[in-house]
Write a new protein. Sequence first.
Lengths: 314, 507
Amino acid sequence: MYTYIARRLILTCFILFSLSIILFISIHAIPGTIVEVMLGVEATTENVAALEKKMGLDKPIFVQYLKWLSNLVRGDLGDSLRTGRPIFGEILQRLPVTLQLTLYSMIISIFIAIPMGMISAVKQNSLVDHLLRPISIVGLSVPSFWWGILFIILISYYIPSFYSGGYVSIFSDFWGNFKAVFPPSLAMGIGMAAVVTRFTRSSLIEVLKEDYIVTARSKGLSELWVVGKHGMRNSLINILTIIGLQTASLLGGAVLVEVVFSLPGVGRLVLDAVFQRDYPMVQGSILVISFLFVMVNLVVDLLYGWLDPRIRLS
Amino acid sequence: MKRRTFWSVILGMLSVLILAVNVSAAQPKRGGTLVWRVGAETATLDPHLANTLGSTELLRNIYSTLLRFDENAAIVPHIAKSWKVSADGLTYTFILRDDVYFHNGRKLTSKDIQYNIERMKDPATGSPRAASFSLVDKIETPDDTTVVIRLKETFAPFLGSFADENALLVPKEIVEDNSITKKAVGTGPFTIEKMVAGDYVLLKRNPRYFIQGKPYLDEIKLKLISENSAIAASMRSKTIDGTNVWGAMYRFFEKMRDIRMQDVPVYSWAMMEINTSKPPFDNQKLRLALAYAIDRQEIIDSVMLGNAKITAPLPEGMVGYAADWKSLAGYEVDLEKARALLKEAGYEKGLKFQLKTSTAYAPYVPTAQVIQSNLKKIGVEVEIVPMEWGAYIKDITSLDTWTVCFHSFPSYGADPDNYLYRFFHTQGPWNIGFSDPVTDELLDLGRQVTDVPSRQLVYRRVQKRLAEMAPVVYTWRTRLSYALQPYVKGVMLGPVSTNFDSAWLDK
């Protein structure tokens, strides 16, 4: 298993390396440089040229890339073109927000989805099932930023004391942190819950048709034991896959919710950096997000083996 | 009689009492944190390069200017306590305060003023303010508190260049050690205590600020919120103390109670620019035809929901300078005239062009859509090209990559020259391809004459000429208000500057 992890990590390096090339080319392919954005509608050709020279943006793109790469190998992500501050520090400052959002929305969605999916599967085609299915369709089709705006308006009208003035660290103010993170996590979690509910339902229905479930029932085991132990355990592989994929995409997909709730997360860091053409910042932060994405997938793969000993990682 | 005296004494005492209560209520209180909403982060920490609202909103608190604009856009002393202009308008002498210190403890002297003008003027710096100082010939510093500046030629708006919110004074040492883009060391009322990217900037009171006893606030938190519903919710829940309000935001604020709304005169504006340097729009008749067909009021009603005004080239608040827009050519919709002009221009069968604009600001694309439907009525077909901000800026920077574009501009101080010369003079730094000897002559004259009545006359004529030549179509000046919590007092909100020196919290 350790060789498996080592191999995966080496592969990750290759993925990140190729990604960095694609990123570098595509971000530089977008018209407009940081200088033009900085000077705005009043940019003149002379001013732009003078400042680009100052920032080293007049050099050929591969020279810029090699410089960036050689710094990266030495563990230096570089400085932001806009603020002049180290990029790694900026990302570290923002990462807890996005991680917390992702974690909370994952927990929220699991708490909603697993029971709903189980009930739907067990009581297939019953009234409850017919009610729960359209609800999950709504959850699936309404985008997270819309839930976000809705929550902001509802909270500020009806429970203004619960409205958060912005992100605070969980270590300095637990309640303030909860107020800031719970509504956006819920907004993100609803969509994910809908997906997981539908997956749980379909895979559990499938498993419940298996022979060993019939055997378990005929042994006289209680229905709770049959569904909870034999049914769920065997459908968990599928559910885990989808939770893993969804969680990983939440990491990058938190952008909209972060914008709506003015949360200083990594998603908004990337978005702002793209708009500002802060090239090293875009590269640095997307590399970190990609790294986390790959890591979440690795963890899911490792969990497979733990859940189902028949799967051997090698 | 006696009775009357008695009552008048009582009345007198009462009024004294009321007055006293009023006075005590108006007495500023020290301390507290003001949470002010901003819509964007600063694009850079170097004030000489800063050119966006997000940058100005931060840096004006940390750095100071030589002079200042007050709430009526009149020039008042600041670091310079007095100034003298020679009769020929070529020599400016400033006497500086003797008690101004940078945040690093060094005293500001006349040498700093010299250094700053030279840095802004130097093309290698790339400062957007270079044009304001390009006519400076010589700077002398006979002693630490005297600066004498000689100009190559008369330049009436020169004094205002020093009051521009962005003409901030930096200490030489942070430029030399290259830390100017990483930290902010000014002479202003506040210092940067903490910057949390994407969230807020916390400013702390500068105890050595040169205006005695000010600022009253201990801290200002510039909180970044860009989503309209979140801004309204923050105001309602009192998590922010003040914000500007414009455009679509009024929808959220109009019904809000317990909030003070204060309108300020607006000098910023939006216009459709026409690239006059190449066909087909080198044709004046064609341009004027467009102007006659565009319904400005429809744009204001449908896009700005009534929260804007039709504008002449110069803003209404600029006392005496703004022309009455109804008297200008092309301002009132006249489709017959537009068609006739089109015919004279040789485009009887209509034409097609691309209108570039950015998606970065909400009203741009909808405005372009109204223009599109307006022009369709005279057989002109407009293809709207909505672009991301950075890409848009790149395209409009060169005359080769756009034909017609639409966006808005910030305010550029209080002098009419700032609003016209840069776009319409052949030598203007942001010339949009427009070159007209009559306009050039008038704009030069505006810089040379220094008495206000003559300048008013000159600029009225410039505006008339511009309307006839139609290199641009001025559309609207938005209404701008500030929404403040009732306990926020003393914020100086002017048309071209804002400051928090005297701001305090009555709670």
